[in-house]
Design a protein around this ligand. Structure first.
Ligand code: 7TS
Length: 424
């Protein structure tokens, strides 16, 4: 079933963002209005998960209040309405990513499940002993471990592209690593620990020159910049709904139809079959072949609503606004004595990881919390990144379009408090 062809952007929206328009948008986010430890919440943990606008919360509530039903099964009115909304959401995702066809959009639980699906299905079908998969040193654990499991099973080899101390991939090394045994490249678009924006278009082009398909982990890209999978020409692209203002438990695996068609099912069950007998089961077409069991209908509807929401603002506008906010934050935090920024690539987005001299990252996070400032501290599920710098953890402030310079000022004030507490 085809979804809406295009996301409609009402007139007046889609203008460049500034502090004033962002203040107005913040009103859409009920959670941002609260006090934490008696202080206004300053939410700077968006790389972990983002907050949800009223529109997304309402779309989910409306599904449960008015047309909750299973999809692709019933002929009754509610089931048809639910099916339409679910498939409509698939159309919205297709339009958002500029994929060619709805059947290239597979609903999964999140980035992690999307990568596991490819490792399990594509990997099982195409890898043999001695084959190679290339990832990078800056991957999230979810783009490392599924490949390690696969390599162990198949006797294949995982190769890792290193990065320099600024957090930029060494592309020469990457080119050298690509060889006749390379079966897949899987790389992050934006590092969740460093904020580096990788040159994924070149990475894909270089792999394709050698006939190697590429998976892009877009978990940290989709909330911050426009993504066009046809322009990138990636073979797979994965992201999580909860990082782009949608609900948890939902994510997307995009794959080129031809390649998805050639892959065996990932899980068996209802909805993914055409017919079942004990002698022979035939599988359903894309995308249903990869969506076994009752899907997360509310999740899909919520994600669709979130993508419409950010499309109305304009992903270009979000990218531009956040670029200026990140430079403001970088300048402000760098000017604090004893701060060391981890991740100084020339192309960065969304993330400011840092260390404070003599203070453990966890203590930084704990004191900031008492000031109402929420950041993440730790290894960010990217332990190899920590190992590169010989550290155990960083403090990480991560941005969304609803953050303002006042949020950064509150972070800086909080860091002054940390220094006061720990240098007494
Ligand atoms: N890939 C990247 C680049 C990520 O940042 C994350 C989550 C994942 C994959 C996994 O996404 P999930 O939705 O399937 O869990 N990153 C983070 C983070 O930086 N802090 O908490 C989760």
């Amino acid at each position: 079933m085809a979804g809406p062809a295009k996301i409609e952007v009402p007139e007046g929206l889609g203008k460049p963002l500034d502090e004033r328009s962002v203040q107005k948008l913040r009103e859409d986010f009920p959670i941002l209005k609260q006090l934490v430890h008696g202080k206004p919440l300053v939410y700077l943990d968006n790389a972990a998960t983002s907050q949800k606008p009223r529109q997304v919360i309402d779309a989910i509530a409306d599904y449960y209040e008015s047309y909750n039903s299973n999809v692709h099964r019933g002929l009754h009115a509610l089931s048809e309405q639910a099916t339409q909304a679910y498939e409509g959401a698939r159309g919205i995702v297709r339009s958002f990513l500029n994929a060619d066809e709805d059947r290239e959009i597979i609903f999964v639980k999140g980035t992690t499940e999307g990568i596991n699906l490819v490792a399990s299905s594509y990997g099982r079908a195409h890898l043999q002993q001695g084959d190679e998969i290339i990832i990078s040193e800056m991957e999230h654990h979810s783009n490392i471990v599924p490949w390690q499991i696969l390599c162990e099973e198949k006797g294949a080899v995982l190769k890792v592209v290193p990065f320099n101390d600024d957090g930029e991939l060494l592309l020469d090394e990457y080119e050298r690593m690509l060889g006749p045994r390379t079966k897949l490249v899987s790389m992050t678009y934006i590092s969740n620990a460093l904020g580096t924006v990788n040159p994924v278009k070149s990475i894909i082009e270089i792999a394709h020159e050698r006939g190697v398909p590429v998976l892009i982990d877009g978990a940290q890209a989709v909330p911050h910049r426009p993504v066009d999978v046809q322009d990138l020409d990636c073979d797979f692209f994965v992201f999580s709904s909860h990082k782009v203002f949608g609900p948890t438990g939902m994510g997307i695996l995009y794959g080129k139809a031809e390649i998805l068609d050639s892959m065996p099912p990932y899980q068996g069950g209802g909805d993914m079959i055409r017919s079942v007998t004990f002698e022979k089961t035939t599988y359903n077409d894309l995308p249903y072949k990869f969506e076994a069991g009752t899907p997360n209908v509310a999740g899909a509807i919520g994600l669709g609503s979130a993508l419409e929401y950010v499309s109305r603002i304009g992903m270009n506008n979000i990218e531009e606004y956040e670029k200026s906010l990140l430079s403001y934050a970088t300048e402000a935090v760098s000017s604090i004595e004893g701060v060391r920024i981890i991740g100084t690539a020339s192309q960065k987005a969304g993330v400011l990881s840092f260390l404070l001299d003599q203070v453990h990252a966890h203590d930084v996070g704990t004191v900031l919390d008492t000031e109402g400032v929420a950041i993440r501290t730790g290894h960010h599920c990217a332990q190899p990144v920590m190992k590169h710098y010989g550290i155990a953890a960083t403090a990480r402030a991560s941005l969304a379009f609803y953050n303002t310079r006042a949020d950064i000022d509150a972070l800086v004030k909080g860091l002054d408090k940390v220094i006061e507490v720990f240098t007494l």
